[in-house]
Each structure stands twice: as C-alpha cells, then as structure tokens.
Design a protein. Structure first.
Lengths: 107, 121
C-alpha cells in the first residue's frame, strides 16, 4: 500500500501568513493527489486535485504543486476561515490512502 | 444539487454486523465511482473502500478486507457497505463520497454528512 506522510502535523500561523504543508508518498503516484480541508464537525471539502488543479469555487490563495513522491499545499495569505485540518490523499491505486492530517491553528 | 445521505449506523457489539446505506441524488449515479471513508473520534480520515461505476473494480483498505463488502444498486441510486465481524477499532463516522469520474483516476469530490458506527460491548 502507498503511505502518505504529511508535515508538519501541527502548524501555528497568523492571519496574512504564507504557509506550506508537505505530503510525501512512499512511491511515485505521478500527480494523482488531492488535498482536502476539514473543519470540526463538518465533512471534508475538496480543494485541489491532480496535485495542482484548483477545484471550482476554491479561492486562488490555495495552490498545489509537486509530482512523483513530493507534494505541497500552499496558502498564500491566511484568512481566518482557513484555520482547519488539511489532508492529502492519493488516488493512484487502490487502496487509496490519506495523509495523517495537518492542523493549522491560530498563533 | 448533489446530495448524499448516509444511514444504517448505530451501536453494535464486537463481532456483530451492520449494513450502511447511502442514498444519492442530484446527479447521474451510474456514471460515477463511489467511496466510503471513515473517521474515528478525534482522528484523521481513513479511506475504507471504493467501487467503480459498474462494480467491476473494487478496493478495500487492509484494515477491513475480508470483513466489509461494498456494493451499489444503480437502479436505486444507492451505495451500500456490509460490515461483518465488527471490531472496536471500526468505531467512527462513516462518510459516503461521490467520485469525480466513473473509475480509475477518480477521487472523492462530494461528501455526505456521515453515519456514526459505535462498536462496543
């Protein structure tokens, strides 16, 4: 199975900061990677697919990059609504897998 | 508008069975892969199972393989998960999710609100 490792597990930042979350795969997944945002008590929301394609309606301050085994999610200028938990997920092959999550908290 | 409504969760003793349901509407169900994803209390997301549009490509997480069976009825716009031999570590909120396409290369796009499964004696 393909393992995904996210770093950091927790990230403290302030409104206006630029932040980056990393997701590393245990083997190449080309660009079959998605990013999700989840807020407490809510279902996950798709942000990015195919490593770098922004889902419709997602603000442009979110961006994704990478291929192969290393990927990043960047938020260019944090807004209060962005404080949440973020997950990467590979859909290269069954069984699909998620990273363990990165909790983005207010500093 | 896409709607996914899960049901069938509840409290059950270890070793027993449950069957989860996901009623889909607002899209052409038979054209899309579907998934189950769970989340234990206070923990991260865990992909459980996926099924392509015509049920000929199915996958399971190692943690549930041999105990859980995913299926779908395209005529009824419904997704199912038969869960046998339940364990305490199966406790969590189970989400149904609609894929981006019909099969390989599809990823979860829309999610329901989940149904809670509690396995405890």
């Amino acid at each position: 199975d393909i393992q995904l490792t996210q770093s950091p597990s927790t990230l403290s930042a302030s409104v206006g900061d630029r932040v980056t979350i990393t997701c590393r795969a245990s083997q190449s997944i080309t660009n079959w990677l998605a990013w999700y945002q989840q807020k407490p008590g809510k279902a996950p929301k798709l942000l990015i697919y195919k490593a770098s394609t922004l889902e419709s309606g997602v603000p442009s301050r979110f961006s994704g990059s990478g291929s192969g085994t290393e990927f990043t999610l960047t938020i260019s200028s944090l807004r209060p609504d962005d404080f949440a938990t973020y997950y990467c997920q590979q859909y290269y092959s069954f069984p699909y897998t998620f990273g363990q999550g990165t909790e983005l908290e207010i500093k | 508008e896409v709607q996914l409504v899960e049901s069938g969760g509840g409290m059950v003793q270890p070793g027993r069975s449950l069957r989860l349901f996901c009623a889909a509407s607002g899209f052409t169900f038979e054209d899309y892969a579907m998934y189950w994803v769970r989340q234990a209390p206070g923990k991260g997301l865990e992909w459980v199972s996926g099924i392509n549009w015509n049920s000929d490509n199915i996958g399971y997480a190692d943690s549930v393989k041999g105990r859980f069976t995913i299926s779908r009825d395209n005529a009824k716009n419904s997704l199912y998960m038969q869960m046998n031999g339940l364990r305490p570590e199966d406790t969590g909120l189970y989400y149904c999710a609609k894929g981006s396409g019909y099969g390989s290369g599809s990823y979860p796009v829309y999610w329901g609100q989940g149904t809670l499964v509690t396995v405890s004696s």
